[in-house]
Each structure stands twice: as C-alpha cells, then as structure tokens.
Design a protein around this ligand. Structure first.
Ligand code: SF4
Length: 484
C-alpha cells in the first residue's frame, strides 16, 4: 500500500495537477460520477425533505454543542463505554494509534486484519505501518479493495475508487484476482464477494471506523452500504474501532439528526443499507459478536484545532463528501492531486491543520472560492471562508497559530503582483484604463502570453480569455454606480 508522505513541494503539486488535467479518461470518469452524485442528492433532498435547511441548522447546532463540550463528552463516552464492556485506548497521534493496533495483533498472535472502511486508518497510514511489521491488512470495502489491488490511496473520502470506471475495474480484477474479464456491476460485485468471502471465513480481528460515538450511551454507530462493515465488526473475535475524537456527540437523538443529513449528502440515498449500532462486546449467553471491542480515540492534532476559536469549526465535518462532489476543481483533477489523505474543500481546511501548514500549503490554491462547498455542507461549515483565511495564514498575514508553519509561502513576485492589483483595483480611472488595454491588446495574449513568466503555466492548459467587446461600455455605464 502506497504511503502518503506529509510534505509535498509546489513543484510536486504542479506536476500531478498537470498530469491529472491531461488524463481524459480520469476526467470523464469523475465528471460522470460527480454528476450522478449531485443529481441524486438534489432529487432526494427535493422529494423527501421538506425541511432540509432547518435540518442543516439543527445539524450545525448539534456539532457546535458537541465541540463546545467535547472534553466532558469524551469523558462521559469513556465512562459509559467502559461500563458497556468496551476497552478504550487514547492515541495522541498516528504513531500511538498504530502501535496500539500492532500490540493488539501481536498479543493475539494474529498477522491478518480485515478492515471495513475507515478514513482515520488512512490518516495514520495504518496499512503501510502494519505491512512494515509483517501484518497483512485486507480491505473489505469494494472501493478500498479496488485501490488496494492497484496500490493507490483513496481518491474520495466516501467513494475511494470513483476514478475508475467499470471496464477499468474489470481489468483490475482480471489481472489481480485472476477473475474472468467482466464489466457488468453485478458480475464485478460477485467477483469481489467471492474473493472476500474466503477471507471472512477465518479471521480473528476486524477493524472499522466510527461515524458517531454517542456519549450518553457509550455506543458507536457505523453506517455503510455493503455489509462488509457488519462482517468486519461482528464475525471476528476482536473488533478494533478507530474514532477521531470529534466524532463524539451527546445523545442518540443528536447522532440521528446527523445521520439524516449524512446519507443523502453522501450518496443521495434516503438511508444506508446497514446501520451498525454497537453497544457492547458479546455478552454471556449470546451466540455471536466479538468477544472484545477496542475503541481507539484518536487526537492527532484535533485538540489543537479545537482550541482555535476560529478554525475549530472544521471539526464539525461528518465526512459526507458532498463538498468534494460539488467542487469545480475536485471534479477536474480528482483526489490524488491534493497529495493528502483528505482532498477537496474539507481536505484543504483540515489537512494543513492536521499535518502542518508548510506541508500542505500549495493545496490551498486548489479552490476558486466559488462557495458551492459552503452552500451544500450539511453542517454548514463555512469552507470557502476558512480556505480564504488559511490562505492568509500561508501568506503570513493571518491570525497565526496553525501547526507546522515556519515561513511565509508568499514569494516576492506574488507579493508585488497583489500590490499592483490592489493599486489598480482601488482606482476607478486606473481600472478602466486596464480594461481598455486588455480589450485592445488581449487578442495578442495567446501569441505572446506564454513568453510572460506569470502567464506561462496558466496558458499551457487554457486559452487566454476573450474579453467581451461590450464590457468596456458596460463598465462605463456602471461608472456612476461603482466608482463615484
Ligand atoms: S465539510 Fe461538510 S460537505 Fe464536506 S465532507 Fe464535511 S460535512 Fe460533508
């Protein structure tokens, strides 16, 4: 399994973005899936919900309340979970979490673990760590299985293999699983099912993520569509669940509100096929279920985000992925171009805070600030405005305090360009003169633009825009309104 290192230079970002932009098959696949996901979400919300905006506001309040009281709720969750028979582990960083899982594997003399989908396990690069220690982590979610077979990280936080179409998946199964070449979804599902069923027949330890941890109940709630999550958490002797500390909410009712928002936002469905609400390990007299359940409460810089009075709102995320689906940048380049476990708008907000601003700084440019993400986020995280604020941090002009920040990422040329832009944009006369010049000389842009360093990269993948010939007169007409 390929491991994503945390630091990537601006040049690495530029190289991968150009590679993805030139990959026509990828762009076709992404466009098709994103359109479907957006359409499904819109149809479901339009036809099944009469109070979506009220529900979003409720969801925002639920998460706000949970974050405001997180230390208390975490303690309450721990107490109740212990009473229920769970074992609780606190992991302050990725290394701690990985070590906890490794010691559970070693103590039980196991070298295979079956995994349900878990972005937290991707965040800590668990598979690569276990492999280094002789342990085989087998992905059982269909999308995760596909990318594991080709040694790629997830391209999306909900749908990890959406960059591959069914024909490509058929070829992957043929090459890696020795299966007959198929392209029908049912047949592909059957191939995956048969392959995984063998793994499920004899395994001792299963791993999952957590969607909601309920403090009042000491229970965890996992949503999924394939049944592999239920198998990974119930057919084993030991279940390990990795739970980011921000997943804790106060009550079952609170979790239900978030679930109502999560499912249509993620896939456009009304409800997921499987809701696994786990309240205890197997009790005396029960015939199935794991004998031990270990919950790892993962911090990994989340408490630092929580302490920030401005950026803490990023922790409200319920990982629905709809901000990715609506992002006009993500749907052109896909998740790998972000060079982080978390791509898209939410990735741009949390990656710098989880992994360090210097490490993720170039990622903040992958946003047009169109605000679509903020409009669709089911828990109303102001994503675009947080991205803009993080850009100020990157330029050394923010509030400060983001981890892993040492140098301003604003170079001299950028600084001078913005000073010139500010000078022009704040003077009506200069701005009109600029528009007039662009209109006259703009037609030479495609010919000579590539000779200008600042425009060279930009023009290598798009045409110089043609300014509307009527714009000058429109601007003139606005004179009285805007400039005077
Ligand atoms: S930020 Fe909002 S839209 Fe994006 S994944 Fe999180 S909850 Fe979903």
């Amino acid at each position: 399994m390929s491991k994503i290192s945390n630091f990537h230079s601006k040049e690495q970002y530029e190289a991968i973005i150009h590679q993805k932009l030139n990959d026509n098959q990828l762009r076709e696949n992404l466009q098709s899936v994103m359109q479907t996901l957006r359409k499904n979400r819109k149809n479901t919300i339009g036809s099944r919900y009469t109070n979506w905006e009220e529900l979003r506001e409720l969801g925002r309040k639920v998460k706000q309340n949970a974050l405001a009281n997180l230390p208390t709720l975490l303690e309450r969750f721990e107490q109740n979970a212990l009473k229920n028979g769970f074992k609780i582990h606190w992991a302050s960083n990725a290394k701690d979490a990985n070590e906890i899982i490794l010691s559970l594997m070693k103590n039980n003399s196991q070298n295979v673990i079956l995994k349900g989908k878990s972005m937290a396990s991707e965040e800590i690069h668990l598979n690569a760590f276990l492999k280094e220690n002789g342990i085989n982590a087998i992905e059982t979610d269909l999308g995760e299985l596909i990318i594991q077979l080709i040694d790629e990280p997830p391209v999306h936080i909900v749908a990890p293999a959406i960059h591959k179409n069914r024909y490509e998946i058929g070829k992957i199964f043929e090459e890696k699983l020795n299966a007959p070449l198929e392209s029908e979804p049912e047949k592909l599902n059957n191939i995956a099912r048969e392959h995984l069923r063998k793994e499920f027949q004899d395994f001792k330890i299963g791993l999952s993520g957590v969607n909601f941890a309920i403090a009042n109940e000491g229970a965890i709630w996992l949503v999924e569509n394939e049944g592999n999550g239920r198998m990974s958490t119930t057919a084993c002797d030991i279940h390990i669940a990795i739970c980011g500390i921000e997943k804790v909410v106060e009550s079952f009712e609170d979790a239900s509100i978030l679930d109502l928002l999560l499912v249509p936002s993620a896939t456009g469905a009304n409800i997921t096929c499987y809701n696994n609400i786990i309240k205890s390990p197997r009790k005396d007299g029960e015939l199935d279920g794991p004998k031990e359940v270990h919950i790892i409460l993962l911090d990994n810089n989340r408490s630092k985000i929580l302490a920030d009075k401005h950026y803490y709102r990023a922790l409200s995320c319920i990982r629905c992925g709809t901000c990715l689906n609506h992002c006009p940048v993500y749907d052109k380049i896909g998740g790998h171009a972000y060079l982080s476990t978390y791509p898209g708008p939410i990735g741009e907000v949390i990656s710098p805070q989880l992994f360090g601003l210097d490490n993720c700084a170039p990622m903040l440019n992958l946003c047009s600030l169109c605000e679509r993400c903020s409009e669709v986020c089911p828990v109303k995280i102001p994503l675009a405005s947080l991205i803009r604020d993080l850009r100020s941090e990157k330029a050394g002009e923010g509030r400060g305090g983001i981890i892993g920040y040492h140098n301003t990422h604003r170079n001299k040329i950028e600084k001078q360009s913005f000073a010139i832009f500010r000078n022009l944009a704040t003077s009506g006369v200069k701005w009109r003169l600029l528009i007039w010049q662009i209109r006259i000389f703009g037609k030479y842009g495609n010919i000579f633009g590539s000779l200008i360093p600042g425009l060279k990269n930009w023009l290598s993948c798009r045409s110089y825009p043609h300014l509307d010939a009527t714009l000058h007169s429109k601007v003139k007409n606005l004179k009285g309104v805007i400039y005077e």
